[in-house]
Design a protein around this ligand. Structure first.
Ligand SMILES: NC(=O)c1ccc[n+]([C@@H]2O[C@H](COP(=O)([O-])OP(=O)(O)OC[C@H]3O[C@@H](n4cnc5c(N)ncnc54)[C@H](OP(=O)(O)O)[C@@H]3O)[C@@H](O)[C@H]2O)c1
Length: 271
C-alpha cells in the first residue's frame, strides 16, 4: 500500500510565519512546530519575537530563526526575501495584519494606507516571492489570513474588511492556479479571536452575541484543514455568519444589519 505523505513531507523543512510572535500567528507556529517543521518567525518587535522563539523551541525542539522586519515597508519585504534565501521554505503563513475601525472619513488616512500596505501589498508580494520558489521545488503551501468580516460588508471596519476581502479572493484564485504545481493555498477567516489585536479594537466583544474563540482553537482548526479546504472558517458560529452573508442576505441588507450591530458595540467617540 502507498504510504501517504505527512505534513512535514509536504510542507517541510521550514515554515515562514509572519506575525509569529503573537496571537493567531504564534498559535499556528506552535501547531506547525508540533508537525516537526522548523520555523522562521517574523515580526517588528525583537524582544517578543525572541521570547516566543525560545518558548516554542523549549516545547517542540525544532530549529527556529527570527527575523525582525516591518512588512508594511518595501525594505522589510526585501530584507525578508534576502535573509531567507538559503532556507528551503515549504510553507508560508502570512498572519501579520493591521486592524483599524471607526467612522471612515474621521479615520487617519496614513493609518488606512499603512493597513493596505501590510494587509494587501505584503500579501501579494510575499505570495509572489515564495510561490516562485515553491514552484521550483514542485511542492509547498501558502496559508493566508483573512477574516470572517472579509466575507461581508462591515461598516466602521470598511477598509480593514475590504483588505480581508482582497486576501480571500486572491487566495481562492491562487489556490486554483497553483494546485497543478503541487502548491496548496488555503485562506483562513477567523471571527473574533482573543488576541492583543481584538483587545485593541476598543470594542467590548463580550457584550455582543458573537462567540470569541481562542487563538489556539483557531490555529488547530487551520492546520488540521490546511491543504484539504481552500476556505477555512474556524468555529461553527463563524461558518454560519459567512454562510448567511453569502447565501441568505443581499449585500444591502447585510450592510445595514451590520451597521446597526457594530454601531451598538463600537466606542461612541469613533462614530
Ligand atoms: N484577533 C481577531 O479577532 C482576528 C479576527 C480575524 C482575523 N484576524 C487576523 O489574524 C491575523 C493575526 O491577528 P492577531 O489577532 O493574532 O494579532 P496580534 O496578536 O496583534 O498579532 C499580530 C502579529 O503581527 C505582527 N505584526 C504587526 N504589524 C506588523 C508589521 N508591520 N510587520 C511585521 N509584523 C507585524 C505583530 O508583531 P509586532 O507588533 O512586533 O510587529 C504580531 O506578531 C491578522 O491578519 C488579523 O487581521 C484577527
Amino acid at each position: 500500500m502507498k504510504k501517504s505523505l505527512t505534513f512535514k513531507d509536504q510542507y517541510g523543512d521550514w515554515a515562514l510565519i509572519t506575525g509569529g510572535s503573537s496571537g493567531i500567528g504564534k498559535s499556528i507556529a506552535y501547531e506547525v512546530a508540533r508537525k516537526g517543521l522548523n520555523l522562521i518567525l517574523v515580526a517588528r518587535g525583537s524582544e517578543t519575537l525572541s521570547q516566543t522563539a525560545d518558548e516554542i523551541k523549549k516545547f517542540t525542539g525544532v530549529q527556529i530563526k527570527t527575523i525582525v522586519a516591518d512588512l508594511s515597508k518595501q525594505e522589510g519585504i526585501i530584507g525578508l526575501e534576502t535573509q531567507t534565501k538559503e532556507f528551503e521554505i515549504g510553507l508560508l503563513v502570512h498572519s501579520a495584519g493591521l486592524e483599524n475601525n471607526g467612522f471612515f472619513p474621521k479615520n487617519d488616512l496614513q493609518k488606512e494606507l499603512n493597513l493596505l500596505q501590510l494587509n494587501v501589498i505584503s500579501t501579494m508580494t510575499l505570495s509572489h516571492i515564495f510561490s516562485k520558489r515553491m514552484i521550483q521545488k514542485g511542492r509547498g503551501g501558502i496559508l493566508l489570513v483573512s477574516s470572517v468580516i472579509g466575507h461581508m460588508p462591515s461598516p466602521y471596519f470598511a477598509n480593514y474588511a475590504a483588505s480581508k476581502s482582497y486576501i480571500l479572493n486572491f487566495g481562492l484564485s491562487l489556490h486554483a492556479e497553483l494546485k497543478s504545481k503541487g502548491i496548496d493555498v488555503s485562506v483562513l477567516s477567523p471571527g473574533v479571536t482573543q488576541t492583543p489585536m481584538s483587545k485593541k479594537t476598543g470594542i467590548d466583544w463580550t457584550k455582543s452575541k458573537v462567540k470569541i474563540m481562542s487563538s489556539d482553537e483557531v490555529a488547530l482548526e487551520a492546520i488540521e484543514k490546511f491543504g484539504k479546504q481552500v476556505s477555512i472558517v474556524p468555529g461553527k458560529e463563524n461558518r454560519m455568519l459567512a454562510f448567511f452573508a453569502k447565501h441568505i442576505f443581499t449585500f444591502s441588507k447585510s450592510a445595514m444589519m451590520n451597521e446597526k450591530f457594530i454601531r451598538k458595540t463600537i466606542s461612541q467617540s469613533k462614530l
